[in-house]
Design a protein around this ligand. Structure first.
Ligand SMILES: C[S@@+](CC[C@H](N)C(=O)[O-])C[C@H]1O[C@@H](n2cnc3c(N)ncnc32)[C@H](O)[C@@H]1O
Length: 190
């Protein structure tokens, strides 16, 4: 497998963990923009991502790149944060995108169009329904289990801890209202 990430420190951490797990003969990493990975065309059996493509600004270029890398008959499978069917208001979108440092957010139909437009046959494009319970889990971890560790990473700034908790509560509210969701996609390159 080949991991792609645009942040050198993340790539280094990936290499370190892979060595620790004894998988370095089977997994390698490239430090690159996922929209221009430099990987050869038609070379991968599958392209996989979990909740990370929401950070990539140019979604059309990203999906075209995934479709270029995967071989005909190969699979693109990923989960991502998307706008839900209820839609975000302008002010909700501004707060959501700002706190997550997303340039934009796609929706399910938008990803289906991009995948189809890149020559893929989409078999799964659905809401996992997991968002609200997972946000509750994050909140419980922050407030009940890992408070000291989170505070330490925040330089013991209790005001920042409050901002973080408020942010997660906001995400929980948006997800329960159907305004954001985690979606799962499976598509096969024709
Ligand atoms: C929050 S992390 C994803 C977390 C991941 N889902 C996990 O469970 O660990 C987002 C990652 O996307 C990477 N990223 C953002 N834009 C990118 C791009 N255009 N190309 C490649 N990597 C990118 C960032 O460097 C960061 O490591």
């Amino acid at each position: 497998m080949v991991g792609v990430d645009a942040t050198e420190a993340v790539v280094e951490r990936g290499r370190h963990l892979t060595r620790e797990e004894g998988l370095n003969d089977r997994v390698r990493f490239v430090h690159a923009d996922a929209c221009e990975s430099g990987l050869p065309s038609d070379s991968a059996d599958f392209v996989w991502s979990e909740d990370a493509w929401c950070y990539v600004a140019d979604k059309p270029k990203l999906i075209a790149e995934a479709a270029r890398i995967v071989r005909p008959g190969g699979v693109i499978a990923f989960t991502d944060w998307v706008e839900g069917p209820a839609g975000l208001t302008d002010s909700e979108a501004q707060r959501f995108l700002g706190m997550m440092t997303f340039a934009n957010v796609e929706d399910i139909a938008g990803y289906v169009n991009l995948l189809s437009g890149s020559g893929c046959d989409v078999s799964v494009a659905d809401n996992t329904g997991r968002f609200p319970s997972h946000i509750d889990l994050y909140l419980n971890m922050i407030e009940m289990q890992l408070t000291y560790d989170v505070l330490r990473t925040l330089g013991f700034r209790t005001d920042l801890l409050q901002t973080l908790s408020d942010g997660f509560r906001f995400l929980g509210d948006l997800s329960r209202a159907g305004k954001i969701a985690q979606a799962r996609f499976v598509a096969r390159r024709i």
